[in-house]
Design a protein around this ligand. Structure first.
Ligand code: DGP
Length: 123
């Protein structure tokens, strides 16, 4: 499957510095910042700096350095936010079924309170 990246998406604008963000952590390959509509006391988005739409796209086309830098940023955020001990949820929505709003790969790191079940059960 070919992946098309829209460089006018809002996270591309954040990476270019066109829109401000509340940065939590940054390394060579990733930026982590607070979600504008937090779902819990701690809600941080981790994004790769490269133009990738989804985890599927990223893991197909990113270099080993990008993969490592991104994943290490996820861990750094957990520790910086203090959610490692009590736990957290990492979510990456993709595509229509995943209800992805912003078409630049992001992992939500959510914690700071009990989060309940991952999904509502289907009846
Ligand atoms: P989703 O694509 O559905 O996984 O979620 C996108 C998330 O991005 C959503 O929780 C709200 C957040 N968001 C959207 N626009 C902005 C923005 O301009 N700044 C920040 N910090 N977060 C945003």
């Amino acid at each position: 499957m070919g992946f098309e990246y829209d460089d006018q998406n809002i996270f591309a604008k954040i990476l270019r510095g066109e829109i401000p963000n509340d940065t939590v952590f940054e390394n060579d390959h990733a930026l982590a910042f607070r979600d504008i509509t937090p779902q819990a006391p701690s809600h941080v988005l981790v994004i790769p700096k490269g133009p990738y739409v989804s985890l599927d796209h990223f893991t197909q086309e990113a270099s080993e350095g990008e993969l490592a830098g991104f994943l290490r940023a996820v861990g750094e955020v957990c520790r910086l936010e203090g959610v490692s001990e009590d736990g957290f949820r990492a979510i990456s929505n993709a595509g229509v079924h995943g209800v992805q709003e912003v078409p630049h790969l992001h992992v939500h790191i959510i914690g700071g309170r009990p989060l309940g079940r991952m999904l509502a059960r289907e009846t």
